[in-house]
Design a protein around this ligand. Structure first.
Ligand code: SAM
Length: 403
């Protein structure tokens, strides 16, 4: 592979922004890809994948290169050199690249690969929590799976098309997809592509949504005509899925504490041809009280550590802090206590996260069920989705029924 200077410089600038300036990796990639309109799909792929690779393997590469944060420019180039050598790419003869003994890099790699926190490139504290919560054997497999590049999965908007028709339409736009067993509306891209440029996307025929995430709305067991509250709707990935499952009939109240996210949902709903969603920003307890005991279904897609979606957001490994995890666990229980009040007798509640830690998942549900308010609920079932067994994101969902 021949390395192109302007592409590599873009990578170096981007990892500097991510590591030293705290810029989110997805934003940095977005900005990087706008740098030169002449770049073709191969160039864009190189830039995006190399940035994500170096972010994902930061700890391992830094250890191999023997560099410490904050990385100055020569150190960023050293990280890049490690990436090249481990990928089997010949180091270019550029001023920025020091003569690097490739045998030494490979030797350090073999040595460090014996220690999980280096091999899997994770902070000590996350590795310790993983081991203590799910045990060493499962954690080792899970973190390996979470360090893989995620597939691109689409969810068919069944309000507008069928999975089969969507597949045909995408083929005319040179996008080849396959079905995934056990995921009724999902299509998996055989090769990565920018699907947001397709006419099918502009026409609202699909949304990009991981296969595990697509299990959540279906878990809530909705039907057309119901009153459903999506309490942590964000930009509405699952809200839109609920609308499809409800055939656009009934009412969905999408809530979040951030108005900016709900605004994005509004745009997506329009594209999807969904017209049964009402947005409510949670600024006080008022919108919650108004709905007390009124909802057939309540979805709590709770804020969480995001440890199940590291494949998509590898920089979370470096951004996540133990204090945040402690705080979010408290929020999860508060949310369960408060938002469950909206379920009417006989109604159902789903509590979900994109984490694989029991302390954010089944333990929260157990705490809730043994609390005063939780006594009115019965546990129906739960699904602990691991990335290493499913091949998709790590997720948790529990279905409860109000007596
Ligand atoms: C896992 S994300 C939701 C993703 C979204 N449901 C989807 O499918 O695209 C969790 C959401 O909870 C919101 N949130 C955080 N604290 C909250 C609270 N106390 N009440 C309601 N929403 C909250 C966040 O803003 C975030 O959008």
């Amino acid at each position: 592979m021949r390395l192109h200077r302007n592409l590599v410089f873009t990578v170096i600038d981007s990892i500097r922004d991510i590591f030293n300036e705290g810029v989110y990796a997805d934003k940095a990639v977005e900005k990087a890809l706008k740098r030169d309109k002449r770049w073709g799909s191969r160039d864009r792929k190189f830039v995006a994948e190399t940035i994500y690779d170096i972010v994902r393997w930061k700890r391992l590469y830094a250890e191999i290169a023997e560099v410490k944060e904050p990385f100055d420019r020569p150190n960023l180039w050293r990280l890049f050199s490690v990436w090249c050598v481990l990928k089997g790419i010949q180091l270019p003869d550029w001023n920025q690249i020091e003569p690097t003994p490739t045998r030494r890099i490979k030797g350090r790699f073999d040595e460090l690969s014996k220690i999980r926190k280096y091999k899997e490139s994770i902070p000590d504290w996350i590795d310790e929590i993983g081991v203590s919560e799910i045990g060493e054997t499962i954690w080792s497999k899970e973190i390996t799976a979470l360090n893989k590049q995620a597939d691109v999965i689409l969810r068919t908007n069944t309000l507008k098309t069928s999975k089969e028709d969507l597949q045909k339409k995408l083929r005319t736009e040179n996008i080849i997809t396959e079905f995934i067993s056990g995921h009724d509306d999902a299509l998996k891209l055989v090769e990565r592509a920018n699907v947001f440029r397709t006419q099918a996307f502009k026409d609202g025929l699909f949304e990009v949504q991981d296969a595990s995430s697509q299990l959540v709305a279906a878990y809530l067991d909705v039907a057309p005509g119901m009153k459903v509250v999506d309490t942590c709707a964000g930009a509405g990935g699952k809200t839109l899925h609920l609308a499809s499952l409800m055939e656009n009939k009934g009412q969905i109240i999408a809530m979040d504490i951030y108005e900016s996210k709900l605004k994005k949902l509004k745009i997506r709903a329009k594209r999807n041809g969904v017209h049964n969603i009402t947005n409510r920003v949670i600024e006080s307890t008022k919108p919650l009280k108004k709905l007390q005991g009124k909802a057939d279904r309540v979805l709590i897609d709770a804020p969480c550590s995001g440890l199940g979606v590291l494949r998509r957001n590898p920089d979370s490994k470096w951004k996540l802090q133990p204090e945040f995890l402690d705080a979010i666990r408290e929020t999860q229980q508060e949310i369960l206590q408060e938002y469950s009040k909206m379920v009417k007798p006989g109604g159902k509640l789903v509590y979900a996260t994109c984490s694989v830690l029991p302390s954010e998942n089944q333990n929260q549900v157990e705490t809730f069920l043994s609390s005063e308010l939780g006594k009115n609920f019965t546990f129906v079932k739960d699904n602990k989705v691991f990335a290493h067994t499913s091949g998709y994101d790590g997720f948790y969902m529990a279905l409860l029924k109000k007596d």
